[in-house]
Design a protein around this ligand. Structure first.
Ligand code: GDP
Ligand code: MG
Length: 439
């Protein structure tokens, strides 16, 4: 998925803004990447439409390239697709809270039981496991061993008792022991069948659970979303747990579940160890898919630093050659802020690596510039020509700011150079000569 999206951004290299025309190719790449990641076609269609609509309407943020802008839009849509916020587990008002786990065979239900118990333990909640997979004695043993490992009690009643009866007994036992959370393991089948669904319905009726979570294997891709939908229609579930995200799953399951089934992924499993269970964070998942977390924060920061109004205002000034020392200062400060940001974020594609030494250097020269600009009168700030014309003024500024005359001259020259560079940047060539400093 990542490499497919990568080529989507690459198609925008060298473009100035996002347009209806130049996003056609990148959108095609995004579409292909999502389909390859096993996201279902209707979801892909809606997704691509939503991204295109936003991309074309988006304004320009200075310092942000269109490909970065598109990464940001795609990221935000991915987050939205996956449900936006974290879906927290719900707890009962009066203990015990009851979690019923369901799912096909081998998806990781029994493992999740113990992982959950361990997860709650870290939060200071006690839990108890109920062994409800009565079809294989080994399944009960497995849960007992895992329960031992995380040091939580496991309620078992052998293989001759009906799961719903085990559920009833287990729940009664948990109430007696003042357990905070009861977690019930159930039997899976290789495929959905009526026997399994009926059994789950029966257990659910007995337990009246706070959470009914379907455990699905991330490796099953689109199938995962279909399963969540089916189980929800059949028995009514509150969410899903996506396991085996550590494997080389293509991520499609994580993207489709919420959109297809209407039910959120609440937790994800990322390995076989007990600590490999965590809440499902749509934003982190999106970042992982895009593999470009740094670009995202960069775009956000740049948008903060340079508000659109500012950018337009500045553009007008440059067009009319009114770019003065006030703008110069604002601009330089913004760039400096972006500089210290790059230090935090590390590398930004296309910008090269900014070393801490370079940033310190930039901050130092900003301080020097600020001192000189502060020593200017308002007229001087607004009309840099005054300074180009008068060596007396430059001398005074040097004295007041404690800098050398040469430094002041340099600053003045820099401003005019910047005017020219910016005009060139905007494709307006005329009127931008650099005056020779008058002695
Ligand atoms: P159940 O049949 O649904 O109860 O599945 P199990 O809990 O017995 O798990 C089946 C296999 O998947 C076991 O070998 C687990 O160790 C493994 N497993 C479970 N969760 C994960 C996970 O998040 N990542 C990986 N790599 N393996 C897992
Ligand atoms: Mg099991």
């Amino acid at each position: 998925l990542t490499s497919g999206l990568e080529s989507a951004w690459n198609k925008l290299k060298g473009e100035e803004v996002l347009t209806k025309e130049n996003i056609v190719e990148p959108m095609r790449e995004i579409r292909r990447a999502l389909l390859e990641a096993d996201v279902s076609l209707p979801v892909v269609r809606r997704f691509v439409q939503a991204v295109s609509d936003q991309a074309v309407g988006v304004g320009v943020t200075r310092g942000v390239k269109p490909d970065q802008q598109l990464v940001k839009i795609v990221n935000d849509e991915l987050v939205k697709l996956m449900g936006g916020e974290v879906s927290e587990l719900v707890f009962a008002k009066s203990a015990p809270s009851v979690i019923l786990l369901a799912g096909l065979q081998g998806v990781g239900k029994t493992t999740v039981c113990a992982k959950l118990a361990y997860y709650f333990k870290k939060q200071g909640k006690s839990s108890m496991l109920i062994a409800g997979d009565v079809y294989r004695p080994a399944a009960i043993d497995q849960l007992v061993i895992l329960g031992d490992q995380v040091k939580v009690p496991v309620y078992t009643a052998g293989t001759d008792t009906k799961p719903s009866e085990i559920a009833r007994q287990g729940l009664a036992e948990a109430k007696k022991k003042n357990i905070d959370v009861v977690i019930m393991d159930t039997a899976g089948r290789l495929q959905i069948d009526k026997g399994m669904m009926d059994e789950l319905k029966e257990v659910k009726r007995v337990l009246n659970p706070t959470e009914v979570l379907l455990v699905v294997d991330a490796m099953t891709g689109q199938e995962a979303a279909a399963l969540v939908t089916t189980f929800n229609l059949e028995i009514g579930i509150t969410g899903a747990i996506l396991t085996k995200l550590d494997g080389d799953s293509r991520g499609g399951a994580a993207l489709s579940v919420k959109e297809v089934s209407g039910k959120p992924i609440k937790l994800v499993g990322r390995g076989e160890r007990m600590e490999d269970l965590e809440p499902f964070y749509p934003d982190r998942m999106a970042g992982r898919i895009l593999g470009m977390g740094d670009v995202l924060s960069f775009v956000e920061k740049a948008q903060e630093v340079m508000r659109q109004e500012d950018a337009e205002e500045l553009q007008k000034k440059i067009m009319s050659a009114k770019f003065d020392f006030n703008d110069f200062l604002k601009q330089t400060r913004a760039v400096a802020r972006m500089g210290s940001m790059t230090r935090v974020l590390g590398m930004i594609p296309g910008m090269g690596k900014v070393t801490p030494a370079q940033i310190r250097e930039a901050e130092k020269s900003l301080k020097i510039m600020e001192a000189m600009i502060e020593a200017m009168t308002p007229e001087e700030k607004e009309q840099p020509e005054l300074l180009a014309e008068s060596v007396t003024r430059r001398k005074r500024i040097a004295q007041e700011s404690g800098k050398t005359e040469q430094q002041v001259s340099q600053l003045v020259a820099q401003l005019f150079q910047m005017r020219v560079r910016m005009k060139n940047l905007m494709g307006v060539m005329e009127g931008g000569s650099i005056p020779a400093l008058n002695n």
